[in-house]
Structure formats: C-alpha cells, structure tokens
Write a protein that binds this ligand. Structure first.
Ligand code: NAD
Ligand code: UDX
Length: 448
C-alpha cells in the first residue's frame, strides 16, 4: 500500500520506517529540513535501538523516501498519517496547532480519489471530527471537490521510547476508531503483516488483537491507557514512601502484589517518578478535558501531585544525608527520562538539577547518550561530564537518576576513591545496595 507519514519524530519515523520494512511504499514528510537531510542519508535523527537498521534496509529496498514537500506525500499516500507533536500548553491543554496546520495542508494538497487520514498523534477526544472539518476547510475553493473523498481514523500509538521498533512489530493490540467500513478495511490491510506476527519476535503467538471502535472511544483509549500507567507508578511510589517510614522494602512489596494477575508486575518500579513526553502531558490533557465537561478527576490530579512530590524526594534524602547542600557537589548518573533514549522531555533529572542548583549545590552529570552528543552543551546549572571518573571526582554524593544498564557495570570501588563523601542515592532502586554498603557506601534507595 502507499503510505504517507507526516511528522517524523519518535512516533512518525518509527511508524514510517516499520511500515516500509514490512513492504509498504512510504513517504515520510517533515518540515524540518535538517532532519529530512539526515534521514535521506540513511541516518536517524533520534536514538532508538534498531531504527537505523530498519531505515537503511527500507531505503535499500526502495520502500521509503523522505521529503519536506507535504503535497508530494499527500498525493502519494492512500493512507495519510498525522504524527506531529501535541505538546502541553501552559494551562495543561493540548497544543493542537501542528495537527491543525497538517490537516489544513492535507486539505489544500488533496487532488482526487479516496484517502484515509489517520490521527496517530495523541489528540483530545473529539479531534477526529475536528480534523475532518479542518481538512474540508483546506479543500475550500477546489473545483473538483466532488472527486475527493476521505475518512478520518483514530489509530493511537502505544510504543515506548527505547523499545519503539520492538513495540511496533510486537504490539499488545492495535486500536482503530472510525465509522467507515472502507477505512477500517484499509487499516486492516495495512497492519495485516503485523497482526499476523510475520515480523514479531515470537511468531507462534495468536494474531494481534485489533480493537475496532468509534473515533471518540479510540481517542479516549489512548488517554486512559497512559493515565492508568502513570497512576500505577504514582501508586507504587506512594507505597514506597510508606515503606520508608515503616521499614518495609517496596521491591519486595511490588513483587508480592505484582504476582496477583489482577495487578500485574509491570509499571510497579518505585523511584524518582515518571517523566517523558507523554505521561505528564496526556494526564494533564485528560484532566482538562474532564473539566471542560464539568467533571473533576480526583485520582488523576492525585497521580500528578504524587509525581511532583516524588521528584523532590531525592533532595530531601540528600539533605538528610549531607545536611546543608549549599557548596556541596552532587553527581548525577543519567539524565534522559529513561534508558535507551536521547529524549530529555520532562526528564526528572531536569527537576533535580533545578532544585539542587537553587539550593546552592554544584551539579555534575554523566549520561551515556547526552555526554557523548551535541546535546551536552544545551544545559544550564549542570556540568555535563564526558566520563565517569570526572563525574565522581570530588562528589559529596552521587544520585542514580536513570536506570541505564551500563550503570550496573560501573567500578563502584574505584568511584568511591574519587568521591569526597561515600553517599549514593539510588533513585530507581536499580543497584545492589548490600554490595555497595559492603564497599563502604552509605546506600539510600526509595522505599527500602
Ligand atoms: P516529536 O516532537 O518527536 O515529532 C514531531 C515531528 O513533527 C517533528 O519532527 C516535527 O518537525 C514535525 N512537524 C511538526 N509540524 C509539522 C508540519 N507542519 N509538517 C511536517 N512535519 C511537522 O513528537 P513525537 O514524540 O513523535 O509525538 C508525536 C505524537 O505522537 C504526539 O501526539 C505524541 O503524544 C504521540 N505519541 C508519542 C509517543 C512517544 O513515545 N514519543 C508515544 C505515543 C504517542
Ligand atoms: C509511555 C507509554 O508506556 C507508552 O505506551 C506511550 O505510547 C508513550 O508513553 P514512554 O514514555 O516511552 O512510554 O516510557 P515508559 O516506559 O512508559 O516510561 C515512562 C516513565 O515512567 C519513565 O520516566 C520511566 O522511568 C517511568 N517508570 C516506568 C517508572 O518510574 N516505573 C515503572 O515501573 C515504569
């Protein structure tokens, strides 16, 4: 099938490259010329494991092209994905200006024939009908308007950064919302190789469940899924804070409750709180949508509040261990909001850097990706070190902020010899506390 993906960020590029890899003819459109240039040369503008291989193989097979020309993409595609950002506005609502601009351009660019316009971006409930209206606005004045037909479909994305290619080939489900049988059939055809698990790690599994529903319910599914996951983490963080006070270990508690199949073991890792480009903005958008309809969401507001408090916990633990933080040197292990990504959007490390520098501490950080990239220069109030020795040198405490696998392999004995004080705060409960204590560290976890 002929596919156009507009917006080649973490979602659009992975979607476009994976659809090309499974055999579709894909044109990816972005208005960022630098990005398009990079992608044309076979490189990925984002760090995502497996993505460079998928892109270069798709280019080699002649299945993918990159352009800034939206009209070329729109004329090529039978299925047109909108995958641009929907960040939070200052009041917490979704900023829909990028979706609006793309929908209008689609309307202006449509020539003739039938198209399925797919909202892949996470958009407020009711946006499907709104996109239809904007596309029609864009078409206004065209002479051949009766030869142009389209349907709008909601097809929310559930991939996680850091494992986005894996998630695309091995989804738990595919959600498609539309009132049009013709559009639903095209979406089914598009995803058939993924539904059949032809590119899955385990090909013996039953087909991927497809949830076919109406537009509004599909849009709501996306928000409800992210809100539930964020709430699950806030819940376990609250349990961790009780554990801290009563002398229980939240890792043991999470194991014990997670084995109950009604609860499940995933998303029960207590720590510094959730971050990233999705949870915060999506929970907040759902809170505001509910408010627009006269409903106050008490659980979701508490979910956000607990997360805000959780981000201050590390500073409290540092104050307990070191007392005055003014003039102290704190080293951060990890900066990205989670491992295996270069994404710094709403990363807990940024809140921590801000809080510590306001208290007069000197903050240094080392991150496997940020330290080695051009991103390194872009931060204030933190010295981004290029290696672990420089990070540890003179630190009064080290805080593990991101659970990068390679932090398990650090020579912690050597690190100790470089530090001024032997304090380590494990803000992800990731390290072996007993082994670190045996080396002479004062090990402080979250809720253990
Ligand atoms: P992103 O910011 O990484 O990428 C957006 C891209 O769109 C950028 O490359 C930008 O240059 C491009 N763009 C903006 N306006 C454009 C225009 N008019 N024409 C062409 N290109 C344009 O965003 P993202 O993280 O990929 O998120 C995209 C959407 O997917 C959001 O709604 C987000 O909520 C949703 N989502 C994201 C994730 C995730 O893990 N990042 C997961 C699921 C859903
Ligand atoms: C999330 C959703 O999982 C995904 O389905 C959606 O499409 C986009 O948003 P992502 O933000 O990429 O994905 O990462 P995720 O693995 O969900 O982690 C989000 C945040 O929660 C990270 O900061 C992570 O460190 C934190 N987290 C996750 C915890 O603190 N504890 C956990 O148990 C799991």
């Amino acid at each position: 099938m002929r596919v156009c993906v507009i917006g080649t960020g973490y979602v659009g590029l992975v979607t476009g490259a994976c659809l090309a890899y499974i055999g579709h003819d894909v044109i990816c459109v972005d208005n960022n010329e630098e990005k398009v240039k990079l992608m044309k040369s076979g490189q990925s503008p984002i760090h995502e494991p497996g993505l460079p291989e998928v892109i270069s193989e798709s280019i080699r097979q002649g299945k993918i092209e990159f352009t800034t020309d939206i009209a070329a993409g729109v004329n090529h595609g039978e299925v047109l994905f909108i995958a641009v950002g929907t960040p939070s506005l200052p009041d917490g609502r979704s900023d829909m200006r990028y979706v609006e601009a793309v929908a209008r351009s689609i309307g202006e660019s449509l020539t003739e024939g039938y198209r399925v316009i797919v909202n892949k971006s996470t958009v407020p409930i009711g946006s499907g009908d709104w996109v239809r209206m904007i596309v029609l606005d864009g078409m206004a004045g065209k002479k051949n308007i009766d030869q142009i037909q389209f349907d709008v479909v909601s097809n929310p994305e559930f991939l996680r950064e850091g494992v986005a290619v894996y998630d695309t080939f091995n989804p738990d489900r595919i959600v498609v919302g539309s009132g049009s049988d013709r559009a639903l059939q095209l979406m089914q055809d598009l995803y058939q190789p993924i539904i059949d698990r032809s590119f899955a790690e385990d090909k013996t599994l039953p087909p991927v469940p497809v949830v076919v529903t109406d537009l509004n319910s599909a849009e709501m599914i996306k928000y409800a899924a992210n809100a539930f996951l964020a709430t699950k983490i806030s819940f376990v963080n609250e349990v961790a804070n009780i554990c801290d006070r009563v002398g229980a270990d939240v890792k043991e508690v999470a194991k014990g409750i997670g084995l109950d199949s009604r609860i499940g073991s995933k998303f029960l890792q207590a720590g510094i709180g959730w971050g990233g480009s999705c949870f915060g903005k999506d929970v907040s958008a759902l809170i505001y949508t509910a408010e627009d309809y006269g409903y106050s969401t008490e659980i979701l507001k508490a979910c956000v509040r607990v997360n805000e408090l959780q981000r201050t916990l590390v500073v409290e633990k540092l104050q307990q261990a070191l007392k005055i933080l003014k003039g102290k040197t704190i080293g951060l292990l990890g900066m990205t909001f989670k491992p295996d990504t270069d994404d710094m959007r709403d990363a807990p490390s940024l809140t921590l850097i801000d809080q510590l520098s306001r208290l007069g501490a000197r903050v240094k950080a080392y991150d496997p990706l940020v330290s080695q990239s051009g991103l390194r220069q872009g931060f204030s109030n933190v010295i981004v070190e290029t290696d672990l020795e420089r990070l540890a040198d003179g630190c009064d405490a080290v805080v593990l902020v991101t659970d990068w696998q390679e932090f398990l392999a650090i020579d912690y004995a050597k690190m100790l010899t470089l530090m001024a004080h032997p304090v380590i705060i494990d803000a992800r409960n990731f390290l072996d506390g007993k082994a670190l204590e045996a080396l002479g560290y004062k090990y402080i976890g979250i809720g253990r």
